[in-house]
Design a protein around this ligand. Structure first.
Ligand SMILES: CC(C)(COP(=O)(O)OP(=O)(O)OC[C@H]1O[C@@H](n2cnc3c(N)ncnc32)[C@H](O)[C@@H]1OP(=O)(O)O)[C@@H](O)C(=O)NCCC(=O)NCCS
Length: 190
């Protein structure tokens, strides 16, 4: 299937555009915003490359990397990005990243729910996973709120970045099957 735009109650999900540069740069060059990535803050060239790559993702045929800029319906502001990506070999995986001004307002959960809808209702995927640094409470709480199960706790899996003093960090792996998703949705309608 080709790339498709999505929407939820408060959000639009569309392809990356160069006009997203300032928000993405402010997000990806800020150490607080990228604290739980293993990489360091990005510079302007990195962010240009990142946006170009995101634009190319939306042009894949068929699309295997549904990478979205997330936009507030009310104001038209871009507030972050997210993706559902898969290959023939790798399981489908979710990711999300919001500009710090928009944290803790339920947007992350709304993004997670929308990506599951894409994966299961639209693409008919069988299993979807997500992972995060075990220190990233906001991220794994999203996974739990949208119905994913913790399947693994990897100890000292990868090095944190400078914000975490390059310490070895643990990782959680979460997953959800299509049948679990449909059972959860059925329960929510009862
Ligand atoms: C992780 C992230 C996407 C969370 O998004 P968000 O919009 O704040 O999430 P929500 O508002 O939907 O919150 C989901 C739950 O997590 C909680 N939460 C969010 N951030 C938290 C934090 N820093 N510490 C503790 N709890 C947190 C919320 O209170 C909510 O729980 P509740 O419903 O019980 O109150 C956001 O913090 C972010 O973009 N961080 C930087 C990028 C990143 O780490 N991405 C994930 C990489 S795996």
């Amino acid at each position: 299937m080709d790339f498709i735009k999505l929407e939820s109650e408060r959000l639009w999900f569309r392809e990356y555009r160069m006009e997203d540069f300032y928000v993405f740069y402010d997000m990806l060059s800020n150490i607080e915003n990228i604290k739980y990535r293993s990489s360091e803050p990005k510079n302007e060239d990195d962010v240009h490359g990142y946006i170009e790559w995101g634009i190319n993702c939306a042009n894949q045929k068929p699309c295997i990397n549904y990478r979205y800029a997330v936009v507030l319906k009310d104001t038209g502001e871009t507030i972050g990005s997210c993706e559902l990506a898969f290959t023939d070999k790798d399981p489908a995986e979710l990711a999300w990243e919001l500009h710090r001004y928009y944290w803790k307002q339920g947007y992350g959960t709304e993004i997670g729910q929308t990506l599951l809808r894409l994966g299961f209702d639209i693409l008919g995927l069988r299993r979807i996973i997500a992972d995060c640094n075990t220190l990233n409470i906001g991220s794994y709480k999203i996974m739990e709120k949208i119905g994913m199960r913790r399947e693994a706790h990897y100890i000292k899996y990868c090095r944190g970045n400078s914000a975490l003093n390059y310490e070895w960090c643990d990782k959680y792996l979460y997953a959800i099957l299509q049948e679990e998703y449909f059972a959860m949705r059925k329960r929510s309608f009862q």
